[in-house]
Write a protein that binds this ligand. Structure first.
Ligand code: 9MR
Length: 357
């Protein structure tokens, strides 16, 4: 055993002892022992709330800005970049020894008006996008270790979605399939050669036409040497009969291509009673789903991170959008009390201690 292996083992001893009975460690301690990153999406305005920042720093070793690095935050005004919100998150992460995952540089949603409403030519648009990718990635070089370069480019039938970047008017590759995505990845590698580059997708976690299309694209990119390092599987789950087996299968086929897989936006929304209460049975089902997702990731060394889309039900996109009667999707309730899902995740992580060592 080398000296560094011995030191690692010694640092893990308290955890290993703790896992003999009920696990006592935090998620991040258990995740480190399992060789996994455990992350969450964060909102900068909530960092000033003590319970929010304490829970975040204690439980997670990775953060991702939920909205703070998106176009509509960073490029509210044409010609100016505003990195204040993202910088705040990066400072928090540095102070708490956490990694930062960047999100996202190419998406057809929530782009500022000046961009979506303007009549750019493909050539102008290509310039605008390259400049955006280069400026933002260089600003965060060395601080953001991985980026979602392109987000949600396919529809549920596996066809490329119409978008400003693809064909409306597109950056010059309209009608050429995934060539515009390839271009974005090439610009990204040039901008920050040290960053791990991800394609991130929704509802492509199991085996379906969309995940087949993602798989085919990654296979093609890897064969042709297009710079791509990972696939993000979002996992916004709303069905309590969620089956994790197709997820495990998809993780296996993607990692066999030589890319990492991150679970990027995990949450499990529950039906709310008229009073806003959640049935305790549902909390138990939710815990089982979280456990099964963790298990599917931990089974495969190519799956290197699990991230939830927020951590307290106090701040979640579920309920604030069109979900109405759904909520309670995360690991902590609105008062930061750990839910059964938290215990399940901790237990699953603890049972895999030493996976990565
Ligand atoms: O949770 C995010 C919400 O606060 C934003 O209003 C919305 C639009 O930018 O995006 C939500 O996050 C999405 C993520 O960026 C991409 N995958 C789907 C997420 C949930 O809609």
């Amino acid at each position: 055993m080398t000296r560094s292996q011995l030191l690692t083992l010694l640092s893990l001893l308290p955890l290993l002892l703790a896992t003999g009975s009920a696990p006592q460690a935090s998620l991040r301690q258990a995740a480190a022992a399992a060789g996994l990153l455990v992350g969450t999406a964060v909102r900068p305005y909530a960092l000033s709330e003590a319970a929010y920042s304490e829970t975040l720093g204690r439980e997670f070793n990775m953060v991702e800005p939920e909205d703070a690095m998106k176009w509509w935050t960073v490029r509210r005004n044409e010609g100016a970049f505003d990195f204040q919100q993202g910088d705040q998150i990066v400072r928090f992460a540095r102070a708490h020894d956490m990694k930062v995952r960047g999100h996202c540089l190419v998406w057809d949603h929530d782009n500022p008006k000046w961009l979506s409403a303007a009549k750019f030519t493909p050539q102008q648009l290509a310039h605008v996008l390259q400049e955006h990718i280069a400026t933002e990635m260089k600003h965060y070089a060395g601080q953001v270790f991985a980026w979602d370069i392109v987000n949600e480019a396919f529809d549920e039938r596996g066809r490329l979605k119409d978008s400003i970047w693809f064909n409306q008017p597109g950056i010059g590759f309209s009608g050429e399939g995934t060539a515009y995505i390839e271009q974005a990845f090439r610009w990204a590698r040039d901008a920050d050669p040290g960053a791990v580059l991800f394609y991130n997708e929704a509802e492509a976690e199991g085996m379906n036409p969309k995940s087949d299309a993602v798989y085919a694209m990654i296979k093609d990119f890897k064969q042709r040497g297009v710079p791509i390092d990972g696939v993000g599987l979002q996992l916004h789950i709303s069905r309590l009969d969620f089956d994790a087996r197709p997820l495990a299968k998809n993780i296996a086929r993607l990692s066999a291509l030589g890319v990492q897989v991150h679970i990027t936006e995990l949450d499990v929304s529950l039906p709310l009673e008229a009073t806003g209460a959640i049935r305790s049975d549902d909390l138990q089902h939710q815990a089982d789903i979280y456990r099964n997702v963790l298990h599917a990731c931990l089974q495969n060394p190519g799956c290197t991170a699990v991230q939830t889309w927020g951590f307290t039900d106090k701040y979640s996109w579920i309920g604030s959008h069109s979900h109405g009667a759904r909520g309670g999707a995360l690991l902590f309730d609105k008062s930061y009390k750990p839910k059964p899902a938290y215990a399940a995740v901790l237990e699953e992580l603890s049972s895999q201690a030493m996976r990565g060592h």
